[in-house]
Design a protein around this ligand. Structure first.
Ligand SMILES: Cc1cc2nc3c(=O)[nH]c(=O)nc-3n(C[C@H](O)[C@H](O)[C@H](O)COP(=O)(O)OP(=O)(O)OC[C@H]3O[C@@H](n4cnc5c(N)ncnc54)[C@H](O)[C@@H]3O)c2cc1C
Length: 477
């Protein structure tokens, strides 16, 4: 039975998700509100126009101006930079060694390993960027621990570790016994797991706003409060003017479901995070002081990390699918309650520590669970999308790739396998979001039963496997 709000000890902003910006972004804006970037008023021209001022758009602008400081770059953002998932995520900048299975299936082993190394370089690059530009984004390299929470996940854990070992990356991902997991973080739910050494936590709000400051200093023009209604070739059309450019970049994440160039590549799915009050003493009691990023093995992933002042940010990907990005992605009190329930179950020793904040956002689920970057059909229109809730490190690489494609640089990044890859498309609407909803519900039912030591129902198990049977790299096999 679902716990009541009172049992969950939700307070303040946690009770009214969406009533204000994420805790990260509020903190970042209080720390540094940044220069004003008024909406576009009238027509303008540029070398490159970027739609979307999240990590993808800002990193693209950063690398473009690195490659050629004379380029005229304009970013058009409907909200404020970082108002979307880039300022709302869990702050996991994690490696791809756990993604090798899918990467090898798609691209072969050598290319898969190259892709992993490029993501690892992105993690390091984020740390270097923060250092170089004086951005206090709480960058901390504590690694990433996977925790097994159901007997059925042991096989997934073993496979993941073996695939990394067979690909020559055995040192990147190692198995952990139950006591080894407990020594990093104690929870009655954990039964063993694995450790991936490359993983850093960041304060996503300060990182995205720091990026905004740096690209502004480099002369990039940003117009916030400026929705782009369509691309006319490479001209971005907005209600109060257009930006005519030689190149256009779609950096719109899950909003891509509304763009003809991207909509068959994505399903928009929600994820929510709850944030506790500071409780550093409780963290010490459970031994979670190493700054590890942690997640379980569920498809409807639970992911959690700490903050320097001793909070836990706990996320749950068991949200809902929609045909367009609406209020459900930010205002879903039920999703907050479910996420809080997950936290309370996993960390009973935090009983009494209030959950002070909660927020949600959309995730752009791709058919392969992995992003692709490149040309979006029409000449000189580029995109990066499909991060599937794992974009903090990959968006930096995406920015580099798009900048190299646009400037014609002949680099290793443009030869990465996910550049101009064309994964199998999702079915058209209404089947796509309806199917996603049904399958997701079945996955959650299956995974909940497995965690509770029950045999999952036959229909739920079969439905949960549908995406794999249809050739998508999503969900259980
Ligand atoms: C709750 C949650 C937790 C997550 N946790 C993690 C995590 O821990 N680690 C991780 O790696 N990833 C995580 N992610 C995913 C990660 O946040 C994203 O993959 C990443 O931020 C994508 O960056 P982006 O710039 O492509 O997208 P966004 O940050 O969404 O930026 C896209 C921008 O485009 C703007 N836009 C859209 N349409 C238009 C338009 N028509 N005109 C103008 N502007 C437009 C939007 O307002 C938005 O600001 C999480 C996501 C969510 C929602």
């Amino acid at each position: 039975m679902a716990a009541s709000t009172r049992d969950l000890n939700l307070t303040g902003a946690a009770l009214t998700p969406g009533a204000q910006r994420s805790w990260w972004l509020r903190d970042a804006l209080a720390h540094d509100p940044g220069a004003s970037c008024p909406p576009l008023a009238g027509d303008a021209s540029a070398d490159v126009v970027i739609v979307g001022g999240g990590f993808t758009g800002l990193w693209t602008a950063y690398f473009l101006t690195q490659r050629n400081p004379n380029l005229g770059v304009v970013i058009l953002e409907q909200d404020i930079c970082g108002g979307g998932p880039s300022g709302r995520n869990g702050g996991f900048a994690s490696a791809w060694w756990d993604e090798l299975d899918g990467l090898i299936t798609l691209y072969g082993q050598d290319a898969a390993v190259r892709a992993c190394r490029a993501i690892s370089a992105s993690i390091t690059g984020i740390g270097e960027f923060c250092l170089q530009h004086g951005i206090d984004a709480w960058y901390r390299t504590g690694g990433y621990m996977y925790a097994i929470t159901a007997a059925a996940h042991q096989r997934l854990c073993d496979q993941m570790v073996e695939i990394a070992r067979d690909a020559g990356a055995g040192e990147e991902l190692v198995r952990l016994t139950a006591p080894e997991v407990t020594s990093r973080c104690e929870s009655p739910a954990f039964r063993g797991g694995a450790f991936m050494r490359e993983g850093a936590s960041v304060h996503p709000g300060r990182l995205v706003r720091g990026l905004r400051r740096v690209v502004l200093e480099r002369g990039v023009k940003i117009h916030e409060g400026t929705p782009v209604t369509r691309l006319d070739g490479t001209t971005a059309v907005t209600p109060n003017g257009a930006v005519r450019a030689k190149h256009a970049v779609l950096a719109v994440n899950a909003w891509g479901v509304g763009w003809p160039q991207l909509n068959r590549r994505l399903v928009a799915w929600s994820s929510y995070i709850v944030l506790t009050a500071p409780a550093p003493d409780r963290l010490r009691e459970i031994g979670w002081t190493g700054g590890e990023l942690i997640s379980d093995f569920r498809t409807s992933l639970r992911y959690f990390r700490t903050t320097p002042d001793g909070r836990v940010a706990f996320g749950g990907g068991g949200g809902r699918a929609r045909r367009s990005v609406d209020d459900m992605f930010t205002h879903d009190a039920r999703a907050v309650r479910e996420t809080a329930e997950g936290f309370r179950l996993m960390f009973p020793s935090f009983a009494g520590v209030p959950i002070e904040d909660a927020w949600g956002g959309p995730i752009d689920v791709s058919p392969t669970h992995l992003p692709t970057f490149g040309r979006a059909g029409a000449a000189n229109v580029y995109y990066a999308a499909g991060y599937t809730g794992n974009g903090v490190a990959p968006t930096r690489l995406a920015g580099e790739v798009l900048a190299d494609l646009i400037t014609g640089a002949d680099t290793d990044t443009v030869r990465l396998p996910m550049v101009d890859a064309r994964p199998r498309a999702f079915p058209p609407e209404p089947f796509r979001s309806w199917g996603a909803m049904v399958v997701r519900r079945a996955m959650i039912a299956k995974e909940t039963a497995e965690e509770q030591g029950r045999a999952p129902g036959f229909f739920a198990s079969q439905l949960a496997r549908t995406p794999r049977r249809m050739g998508y790299l999503l969900g259980p096999d």
